[in-house]
Design a protein. Structure first.
Length: 217
C-alpha cells in the first residue's frame, strides 16, 4: 500500500482528534477533550498551530491548571508575537496564573488596547498600586469611552480608596445606568452628600424599573 495512503489516514485521524477535542471543550468536558488530543501532532500551518495551543490552553484553564494554560498561550504567541489579540489573551492567562509581571509586560505590548489597559488596572489594583491602577483604568476608558465595565472598575477602585470626589466627577460624567448610579450614590454617601446620594439611588431604582417594564411589554 502506498506510503501516501498511510499519511492521508494519519492526517484524517489527526483532524478528527482535533475536532473532537474542540467539541468536547465547548461542552465543558475538559478531561475528555485532553484525552482526545493524545497522540495528535501539532499542525504545520501557522494559524493552525496557534489555534492548537489556544485549544490546549482553554482545556488547561477549564481544568484549573492556570500555569499550564499560560504556558500554552505563550506557545501560541510565539508564532505571532505582535498580534494584539494574542498578547491580551496571553496576559489574561498569565494573570489567572498570578504571573503578574509577565501579564503586565504582554498587556503593555498591545498598543491602544482598552482590554489590555483594563487588565493592567486590575493587576495593579490587586498589588495595591492605586495610582497605577487608576491611570490604567482611565486609559481604558479613553480608548473605549462607551464601555461600562471599565467605568465601573475605575469608580469602584476610587471608592475603595476613598477618592470620593474623583469617583463622583467620573460618574456624573458617565452615561446613566443603574449600576453607575448606584456607585454614584455610594460615592456621594462616602463624601457626606446624603441628599444627593438618596437621589442617585432612587434614580438607579427608576432605571431598573424602566428596564423591567420594557421587558414585559
Amino acid at each position: 500500500m502506498p506510503a501516501c495512503y498511510f499519511l492521508l489516514l494519519w492526517l484524517l485521524a489527526t483532524q478528527a482528534g482535533l475536532q473532537e477535542a474542540v467539541s468536547l471543550a465547548r461542552q465543558g468536558r475538559y478531561s475528555q477533550a485532553r484525552q482526545a488530543l493524545v497522540g495528535v501532532a501539532e499542525p504545520q500551518d501557522i494559524s493552525q498551530k496557534i489555534a492548537f495551543h489556544r485549544l490546549k490552553a482553554a482545556i488547561a484553564s477549564g481544568l484549573k491548571e492556570n500555569s499550564v494554560a499560560a504556558n500554552e498561550m505563550r506557545a501560541a504567541l510565539a508564532f505571532a508575537p505582535a498580534n494584539p489579540q494574542l498578547l491580551v489573551a496571553t496576559a489574561v492567562a498569565e494573570a489567572e496564573a498570578q504571573q503578574f509581571s509577565q501579564a503586565i509586560e504582554h498587556a503593555r505590548s498591545a498598543p491602544n488596547n482598552a482590554a489590555a489597559q483594563a487588565l493592567i488596572g486590575g493587576i495593579e489594583q490587586k498589588q495595591g498600586k492605586f495610582p497605577e491602577a487608576v491611570t490604567a483604568y482611565r486609559e481604558a476608558i479613553r480608548l473605549a469611552p462607551t464601555s461600562e465595565p471599565y467605568r465601573i472598575a475605575l469608580a469602584a477602585t476610587l471608592i475603595e480608596h476613598q477618592a470620593f470626589e474623583s469617583a463622583i466627577a467620573l460618574l456624573k460624567d458617565s452615561p446613566k445606568s443603574a449600576k453607575l448610579r448606584v456607585l454614584l450614590g455610594l460615592a456621594q454617601y462616602g463624601h457626606g452628600d446624603n441628599a444627593e446620594a438618596q437621589e442617585s439611588l432612587e434614580e438607579a431604582i427608576a432605571l431598573v424599573n424602566g428596564f423591567l417594564g420594557e421587558l414585559t411589554r
